[in-house]
Design a protein around this ligand. Structure first.
Ligand SMILES: [Zn+2]
Length: 426
């Protein structure tokens, strides 16, 4: 049950002055789920539901494979976890649900009856309880829950000043009703992806959308304006341009829902700035769907990377600039830049035809300068498809500006390059 379902459920719960709010938290849920026991539960469910024997076998085989592939890296060592479910595996939530729903099915009717539990809701490993304090108390309830299964241990918390925080909701009870507000942990900071950050726009607006959706869907009543104010502060502190209704997400229109096209394919682009959007817009009306990834991750920002001091000892794409007319030659090398520079220089002195820049300098009687003046390193990379693309892009750029010394025969039209060049123009 998620927050929104919980709110609907609470609205429908009748309240009396002697009811008490409490929450139970399951300790280390995933690592305490017994794999064999849950397999037996699953096998039993499949049999009871008269699932086709072949499908039953297939599902149990699936279960065995994913529960056995339970290893992770810790301090550069691969560790195998012998029981319990893998943290972070998409299947773990589902398997834990099978186990917990089975436990609830077997024991909850008895427990709710014994302790006069008025309301029981669970979200993964968090349980909300409303019980009748004339009939029971939280210690007795906790003892009973802890004796359900040796691996299943709970911690309990009860209301303070008639208020209990559960998930992202602060639940306050009056003698006869329940009032809710949005709860933020004491560790909450108002940091979201800042508007100025180099991220795809829809990544940035995802949080904004979430905040406004929650504001509208939580039925906040008198807390509404206060929450709206919090959202405005968050947006302001993260440099979002401010307008009273600017960020309100479009209301959900079920008729507009996109039916996935059978031929639809996804491609992932590294987001480097607005230019990336210009490129991906080309595919807007095609069957290709675009997702973005970012290279400025915390891992990349926080891990120290060593840089070679002398860039001319690396390989990659370079430009050679004519000091007299500023025309450019774009080239790539898999060896050192400095070695390639020497070759161009020798070609110039020997009047040989092996270098386009040397040819230009000789024809126009322009001069050849020292490496640090005339050679510009564009991109360091080893030889390969990536480097070829970068070379072609820079050749294309100089060609478009009519500033190139490369052989025009080697330059072909390219829609992506043209879009990028147009997007980069001021
Ligand atoms: Zn020149």
């Amino acid at each position: 049950m998620n927050s929104q379902e919980l709110l609907k459920n609470l609205e429908a719960t009748p309240m009396l002055p002697h009811y008490t709010l409490a929450s139970l938290d399951i300790t280390s849920l995933y690592t305490n789920i017994l794999v064999k026991e849950t397999r037996a539960i699953l096998a039993n469910i499949l049999q009871q539901r008269l699932i086709h024997p072949n499908t039953q076998q297939e599902l149990l085989k699936w279960y065995d494979i994913i529960t056995k592939q339970n290893y992770f890296a810790h301090k550069e060592q691969i560790v195998v976890q012998h029981d319990g479910l893998a943290m972070g595996a998409p299947s773990s939530g589902l398997i834990a649900e099978i186990f917990l729903q089975h436990m609830e099915h077997s024991h909850l009717p008895h427990l709710t009856n014994k302790h006069k539990i008025i309301n029981y809701c669970r979200y993964v490993d968090d349980i909300l309880l409303i019980f009748d304090s004339n009939h029971s108390n939280i210690q007795e309830i906790l003892n009973d829950f802890n004796s359900l299964h040796p691996k299943l241990q709970f911690t309990a918390e009860t209301e303070k000043d008639h208020t209990l925080n559960f998930l992202d909701i602060s639940i306050h009870r009056t003698p006869t009703s329940i009032k809710t507000a949005i709860f933020r942990k004491p560790t909450f900071t108002d940091t979201i992806i800042p508007f100025t950050s180099n991220h795809p726009a829809h990544h940035k607006y995802a949080t904004v959308k979430f905040l406004y959706n929650r504001l509208e869907n939580y039925n906040l009543q008198q807390e509404y304006l206060q929450e709206l104010n919090v959202i405005h502060n968050i947006l302001h502190n993260n440099s979002f341009p401010f307008g009273p209704h600017k960020h309100k997400p479009p209301t959900h229109n079920p008729a507009k829902q996109v039916v996935p096209h059978p031929k639809q394919k996804w491609a992932s682009f590294t987001y480097v700035g607005r230019e990336t959007s210009y490129i991906t817009n080309i595919f807007r009306r095609t069957e290709l769907k675009i997702s973005f990834q970012s290279t400025n991750t915390l891992d990349n920002l926080l891990t120290h990377k060593h840089h070679t001091q002398d860039r001319f000892s690396l390989s990659g794409v370079y430009k050679l600039i004519c000091p007299d007319c500023n025309k450019m030659y774009v080239g790539q090398t898999g060896r050192k830049f400095s070695a390639r520079y020497k070759e161009h220089k020798i070609a110039f002195h020997n009047n040989s035809n092996t270098s386009s820049i040397a040819k230009h300098l000789i024809q126009e009687a322009h001069s050849f300068g020292p490496m640090s003046n005339v050679m510009q390193i564009v991109h360091c990379h080893r030889k390969g498809a990536h480097l070829n693309t970068i070379e072609r892009f820079h050749t294309h750029t100089e060609f478009a500006a009519n500033n190139h010394l490369n052989d025009p025969q080697t330059i072909f039209p390219n829609a992506i390059f043209s879009t990028l060049i147009k997007a980069k123009q001021p």
